[in-house]
Design a protein around this ligand. Sequence first.
Ligand code: GSH
Length: 255
Amino acid sequence: MFPVVRAMLTLYIANKNYSSWSLRPWLLLHQLGLPFEERLMPFGWNADAEGFRAFSPTGRVPCLVDGDRVVWDSLAIVEYIAESAPGAWPRDAHARAWARSATAEMHAGFSSIRDICTMNLGLRVRLHEVSPALQAEWERVDALWRQGLDTFGGPFLAGPAFTAVDAFYAPLAFRVQTYAPDLSPASRAYVDRLLALAHMQAWYAAALREPWRDEAHEAEARQAGAWIEDFRVAAGPSPGTPPAAAAVRPLTRRE
Ligand SMILES: N[C@@H](CCC(=O)N[C@@H](CS)C(=O)NCC(=O)O)C(=O)O
């Protein structure tokens, strides 16, 4: 019996400057050293036709394609990866249960952080106001991170290795960089560790090089606060709608 050789994984993502959900499986795959092809589809691509539905059943990213299998939603993708990569979750059962709970909390919650402190990597923003709901969510994040680091000994949330729970909170590290919420020294040090990872730096550098501006995301960031700095390259032409023949042939980039 020959082992089944599966096709190369293909991960569809959107703009690195904006797409927090895309970062999660992208980072986990890289941290685990699993090869995959990255297809970056800027917001607005194919907008006049079916948009991201050309490759994703929900019209959203991330979306993983493995031969004839399509896996959508970041958490489903992480679980799919974990089936063939045991390091995706912590080895220790207690740490694994905690990591899964914290991951689920991120996946389903923190709506104020997501709505107000939207991901926009190149910006540094002074918020107009920090509502009680937003403050409470940052305090919850801080408590959760401290609990994981204290309980499992760090340097990552569920112990010595980077796992899926770190991938799920990685976009918050970029949001801390942009919006500078008050955090404990332990959480701040954890953010610095995430930001120092080579793959986080590669994602960040690529985000700053993107010339595309998605007006909906830009408007959210304008509404949130005053822009202190914008480190992105100058805005260039929008990705527009490719000709019909090329409509399902997305841009491909490899890092
Ligand atoms: N629950 C989904 C959320 C995915 C999501 O909202 N993705 C955004 C980009 S970060 C998207 O594709 N938006 C496209 C749109 O709204 O048209 C997941 O975990 O993957």
